[in-house]
Design a protein. Structure first.
Length: 224
């Protein structure tokens, strides 16, 4: 039943232009979103909408996950940093691209995802374990505006909460030719940005689309 609904949702995301590449489409088809939403909302797992996950936070809408993952241009073998693990769903989708279930483990990349709320760190770990992604995704507790220097530098950085500006540690921890996808703006109006780092370390910002995310709270984000 969920598989049919998942397929119908992915077909809709393809029709609407959010999911385009084969590897993103395959990842969305493979990751069971029903394992990442609260049990009482499982009937809504394949609606294209954000859903509450507790602690005042949300699992992002599937079209936003598809759009951000496409913009990131992830490749198998990439090392990815996500800020804002939440339910762990977006991290699982990215893991399915950089470390596909079908590829040998030696070729797998890895996703590091940082979360500031302890209850959500535990939730994301539990969800990722149940869905089979525990060895491709590491959930780290902390302030993601500081990045994650222990595993830097990263090929790609995805921020899933809205920032007042790009946190400087994220720019520093990105490899040359790397990409950052981040919502920037205030509480009421934000835009999704694609930021590309040149070989020389220069950052080029492209404004993609208006969006609405929960706030990025931390040293280089908003105050609590
Ligand atoms: N990617 C998530 C998913 O797939 O379920 C959705 C993320 S939710 C829209 C944003 C998350 O960012 C929340 O869980 C929130 O606690 C977290 N967050 C906010 N500020 C943060 C920070 N400085 N460091 C780490 N996580 C942060």
């Amino acid at each position: 039943m969920f598989e049919e609904r998942r397929r119908a949702l992915v077909e809709k995301l393809v029709r609407e232009g959010y999911a385009r590449s084969e590897h993103v489409i395959n990842a969305l088809l493979r990751v069971p979103r029903e394992l990442f939403v609260p049990e009482e909302l499982v009937e809504l797992a394949y609606e294209d909408t954000p859903l509450p996950i507790g602690f005042g936070q949300t699992i992002s809408a599937p079209h936003m996950v598809a759009l951000m993952t496409e913009l990131a241009e992830l490749k198998p073998g990439h090392k990815v940093l996500e800020i804002g693990a939440g339910s762990g769903y977006h991290a699982a989708v990215m893991a399915e691209v950089v470390a596909p279930s079908s590829a040998p483990r030696e070729e797998w990349g890895h996703v590091y995802t940082v979360e500031r709320i302890k209850g959500l760190v535990e939730l994301a770990r539990r969800n990722l374990r149940r869905a089979g992604y525990a060895d491709r995704v590491t959930v780290v507790e902390g302030d993601g505006t500081l990045g994650y220097s222990e595993a830097a530098p990263f090929d790609r950085i995805i921020v899933t909460a809205s920032a007042p500006h790009l946190p400087p540690p994220l720019a520093e921890q990105l490899k040359p030719r790397g990409r950052i996808i981040i919502p920037i703006g205030d509480k009421y109006l934000q835009h999704l940005y694609l930021i590309v780092k040149s070989e020389e370390g220069k950052l080029k910002y492209s404004k993609i689309t208006p969006c609405l995310f929960v706030p990025l709270i931390g040293r280089y984000g908003w105050r609590e």
